[in-house]
Design a protein around this ligand. Structure first.
Ligand code: HEC
Length: 98
């Protein structure tokens, strides 16, 4: 395989996998006693509501103690309900920095 071909293939692979970077891993069961459905919904809400102004922030950037403060601050901006906020926090907490 020549270099040019290798580079274009790498770009394609990166492009395809990049979108799923923050998607919940398939085999996640129950983490931190939060049902997997809530985590999945929280993950979807996070991807839908938190990427319009800035790029999605890696959940591992902050601890689960820090995340609620950020999401509280962003709630008005993202126009999400308290219930949606709680789901987003439950997702972020499971993937947060340890
Ligand atoms: C309407 C635009 C908007 C939306 C929607 C939004 N943000 Fe933000 N966010 C900002 C701006 C502007 C800043 C930087 C200034 C500040 O901190 O006030 C920021 C900063 C942040 C930061 C801190 C900076 C960093 O890079 O670590 C976090 C964490 C964050 N946002 C999380 C979220 C989450 C979670 C959501 C979804 C609930 C969200 N944001 C939705 C505008 C937005």
């Amino acid at each position: 395989m020549n270099t040019k071909r290798f580079i274009s293939m790498s770009v394609i692979i990166l492009f395809c996998c990049g979108a799923n970077l923050f998607a919940v891993k398939q085999n996640t069961t129950i983490k931190n006693k939060v049902p997997v459905d809530s985590i999945k919904t929280g993950n979807e809400l996070y991807m839908k509501n938190c990427a319009s102004c800035h790029k999605l922030i890696d959940p591992a950037k902050y601890t689960k103690v820090q995340w609620p403060d950020f999401v509280n601050k962003m709630q008005k901006r993202a126009k999400i309900t308290d219930a949606q906020k709680a789901l987003i926090i439950s997702y972020l907490a499971t993937e947060a920095k340890k």
